[in-house]
Each structure stands twice: as structure tokens, then as C-alpha cells.
Design a protein around this ligand. Structure first.
Ligand SMILES: Nc1ncnc2c1ncn2[C@@H]1O[C@H](COP(=O)(O)OP(=O)(O)OP(=O)(O)O)[C@@H](O)[C@H]1O
Ligand SMILES: [Mg+2]
Length: 249
């Protein structure tokens, strides 16, 4: 059986079909993608955002549930390793019930969400043959602290004992582009979104995913996302400082 190709998130809500992924989605996520890719509603700042997210191919009703049809971000990536980083110190919203807010706040305090403004929610590492050699999920994410987080980042980009500096540079550059967009946009406020890093043996990419909680902005900068993304870039930079040869030249 094909090993689970999912880094984070809920089990059983994704269906992988070749170059597409179907995700059982909340109305908010369906609305978000529908607006973002609506050809009649092209606000320039939103148009710019399209390139950071999976392509959207509409929705499907399956067994009474709404699924959004997205580009499979792993398609054509050879034996990809993946890391899902959930962005933001605040991961609860007015649409979370009071008990879920408490759960989220507890989770934030026990993970790097509270200290670094993001947390790894899933990490899946594959070798050249496609065997899963490492997988961090669920309870294991609580073991990740600001002191050891570089070890987890390293697993994604150290292959056969070689530090893949170009891949890290690409991840930093692509995360920076997302951050630059957030620094100028005032249209939306995002919660519980993730940066998904994909490192295949042939190529790598960075995407922004998971839009179950996106709200119209009241004209303020989305500091929750901005600070989380800054901290994420900072963590990659620290990893480079630790492993990249160019730092010792
Ligand atoms: N378009 C995609 N292509 C490939 N893999 C994807 C795609 N979207 C999501 N995934 C995988 O599925 C995982 C969960 O996705 P996502 O975060 O959207 O779901 P979720 O269950 O809503 O998450 P959460 O529990 O964080 O709310 C991601 O970590 C990623 O590994
Ligand atoms: Mg998620």
C-alpha cells in the first residue's frame, strides 16, 4: 500500500487522485477558494496570492459531504518528504466552540506555537526508494521545542548526510514571498493556515494551505501570520547557520 502521503491535519478527509486531491472542506474553505479563483472577481492583491496556494478545480459532493478539488502538491515530486508548519500564535477563532478554544490554547502553550509563533504539525520523511524513514505526528509534535526544532527541520533537508543548502535557500525565498504578500495585504485575516514544504528527489516547493478560518480584515495587518512567517524564516536561517558550508568560508 502507498504510505500515507499526509504530513499534518485530520485523518480521512483527503482523497488523493493522481494529480488532484479532494479535501472534505468546511464552507469557509470552499468560499475562500471559490472567491480566490473566481474569474469575475479579480482583486489584484488576491490574484497575487493565487500562486502561493494549490490550484483549485471546484467542488464535489461525495456521500453528502462537500469536497474541494485541489492540485495534488506532491504530484511529480519523486518520493517527497513533507513538513507542515501551522502559522500563528493564535489558532482559535470566534468559530471555535469554547471547549475547542481551550484545547487550542492548551496546544499552543505546550508547543512552539506560543514561543515561536508556529509549530510543526507533521513531518514525513522518505528515502530514495520511497520508504518512510521518519514520521512526526499527533502527540510527537509536543516533543518539539525551541531548543530542538532545528533537528526536525534538518530531517527534511539533510539527505545521505548532505545538507541541501539550495533547497533551504529556495524554501527561505518562497516563504519570504508569502511574507511579503502578507506585509502589504489588508483584505483578509487568516487563522490555522500552514506552510507546506515539499522536498522531492527531483524538485522542491513551498505552498500555503488550509483555509478553514479566513475572515475579512478590518484594515489591519495580519500580525499573527506576519510574525509566524518571520519566525519560520528565522528558523531556516538558523538551520543554515548551523549546517551550511558557506557560513564557514
Ligand atoms: N493540495 C494538497 N496536495 C498534497 N497534500 C496536501 C494538500 N493539501 C493538504 N495536503 C496534506 O494534508 C495535510 C492536511 O491538510 P490540511 O491542513 O489542509 O487539512 P486539515 O485537516 O484541515 O488540517 P488541520 O487539522 O490543520 O485543520 C497537510 O499537512 C498535507 O500533508
Ligand atoms: Mg492543517
Amino acid at each position: 500500500m502507498e504510505p500515507r502521503p499526509q504530513a499534518g491535519g485530520h485523518e480521512g478527509i483527503l482523497i488523493f487522485r493522481r494529480d488532484k486531491v479532494l479535501k472534505r472542506a468546511l464552507p469557509c474553505e470552499l468560499n475562500f477558494y471559490t472567491n480566490l479563483f473566481n474569474p469575475n472577481n479579480q482583486i489584484p492583491i488576491l490574484l497575487e496570492f493565487q500562486k502561493f496556494v494549490p490550484k483549485f478545480y471546484g467542488s464535489q459532493l461525495i456521500d453528502g459531504s462537500n469536497y474541494i478539488v485541489l492540485e495534488n502538491l506532491l504530484w511529480e515530486y519523486e518520493n517527497p518528504s513533507i513538513m507542515d508548519c501551522k502559522i500563528g500564535r493564535v489558532t482559535w477563532t470566534r468559530d471555535h466552540s469554547p471547549p475547542r478554544c481551550v484545547t487550542q490554547q492548551l496546544r499552543a502553550s505546550k508547543t512552539t506555537t506560543s514561543s515561536l509563533g508556529f509549530r510543526i504539525t507533521g513531518l514525513l520523511i522518505k528515502d530514495r526508494e520511497g520508504h518512510v524513514t521518519d514520521s512526526i505526528r499527533k502527540k510527537q509534535v509536543f516533543d518539539i521545542t525551541p531548543d530542538n526544532i532545528l533537528d526536525y527541520f534538518a530531517r527534511l533537508v539533510i539527505r545521505d548526510d548532505v545538507f541541501q543548502e539550495e533547497v533551504v535557500d529556495q524554501f527561505i525565498m518562497e516563504t519570504q514571498e508569502i511574507l511579503d504578500w502578507f506585509r502589504k495585504q489588508r483584505v483578509s485575516t487568516f487563522f490555522t493556515c500552514s506552510v507546506l514544504y515539499v522536498n522531492g528527489f527531483n524538485k522542491a516547493q513551498t505552498k500555503f494551505i488550509d483555509f478553514s478560518y479566513v475572515y475579512e480584515s478590518d484594515g489591519q495587518r495580519d500580525t499573527n501570520m506576519i510574525e509566524g512567517l518571520e519566525s519560520l524564516i528565522n528558523t531556516w536561517e538558523k538551520l543554515k547557520m548551523k549546517y551550511a558550508k558557506s557560513y564557514y568560508l
